[in-house]
Design a protein around this ligand. Sequence first.
Ligand SMILES: Cc1cc2nc3c(=O)[nH]c(=O)nc-3n(C[C@H](O)[C@H](O)[C@H](O)COP(=O)(O)OP(=O)(O)OC[C@H]3O[C@@H](n4cnc5c(N)ncnc54)[C@H](O)[C@@H]3O)c2cc1C
Length: 385
Amino acid sequence: MAEHAQVVIIGAGIVGASIAYHLAARGCADVVILEKESVEVSGSTARSAAGVRHQFSSRTNILLSKYSIERFRHFSTEVGGHAELHQYGYLFLFNDAQKWHAYQPTIALQRELGVNVATLDPTEAASFIPELNISDLVGATFCPDDGFVDPHGIAMGYLARARELGVRLLRATPATGFEIANGKVQAVSTPEQRWTCDVVVNAAGPYAGEVAALAQLDVPIKPYRRNIYVTEPFPALPRTIPLTIDMATGAYIRKENENVLLGLSRKDEPASHSTSVDWDWLDTVLEAMLNRFPILERAGLSERQSWAGSYEITPDHLPILGRMPAVSNWVNAAGFSGHGVMHAPATGLLIAEEILDGQAHSIDISELRIERFKHGNLHAEQNVI
Ligand SMILES: Cc1cc2nc3c(=O)[nH]c(=O)nc-3n(C[C@H](O)[C@H](O)[C@H](O)COP(=O)(O)OP(=O)(O)OC[C@H]3O[C@@H](n4cnc5c(N)ncnc54)[C@H](O)[C@@H]3O)c2cc1C
């Protein structure tokens, strides 16, 4: 039996939820969200470090952040639910004079776009983090408007409002195949149904490359495990410390209530959907952490609360947004490379425009369209953690 929906969205994470909400809010509520798991918002969105920041090197990423963080500020009144935005800032620490010098145009770009970013000397940076090792630091940047949110609460807020407006959410319903004819998706298959539709949105997060492959489409997104190691309650670090990144190693910390979250990407790990914590990597993480944040010597680790999830990474660490040239009613909204929570509000707005107005227009997404890989004109995001 075939059923019909104007738009079929694949994936009920924060991105699919935001798109569904933005479509419905503009009057397009004939939308079905297919979610393979029995519970919505249980993918990467539920495993994020939840940081939101303006401090990017790419103009488009900065604009996506500016729009999105403003929406988080007004989430309760505009959408409902709670974004839990805590603007304690992001602090970037530099120890390499050459890299610090090379970073100055990025700061200038951020300021040109209206980002309130300060440059600090090492002593000023030390005022944020007790016992911070500044012996080798040459400079730092701080933006007080950065911070962190509650990704699960935001996604559930978007979904609740979208469903009130008429959007249908089908749990335990994976998209398993696509019928394509005349350069268009005609139908999406699930184990029990066939959905004809006008538009398909690929919001499958770390599975977006595999979902596209089901339609014989090449969307270069791969899943890579990322770990968050969590300490036992550690009040010696104040709750209000900024999310602090040691640019020498990529190690970052932030507080979640009384616990400290510790993150450091393992860049040599092959792609996989593994979400078990990588305990072999812990020694490397601790070495980097204790060098920069020696106060953590006195913190205990909570194995029980530590977790892992998947980044969904593209070759240039920028998302892939917009229509597929070869299949004009296939729209991608994935590949955020570790930034999908913070860019979800802007993505919902822009993908709704792409579908309802023919093209996204509130922010120029030409550098995010998939055609960039064909033209070989990549300007990779540099501030990837
Ligand atoms: C450890 C870690 C730290 C992170 N830190 C940050 C951060 O600080 N800030 C930030 O902005 N981002 C961060 N991220 C990235 C962020 O979590 C993701 O970019 C974001 O959650 C992506 O949202 P999504 O909705 O696209 O994907 P998901 O939340 O994964 O949702 C995709 C959904 O699609 C479903 N799906 C997949 N295949 C199918 C199918 N065939 N049919 C139906 N459904 C399907 C999945 O089950 C899933 O529910 C982090 C991620 C990790 C793992």
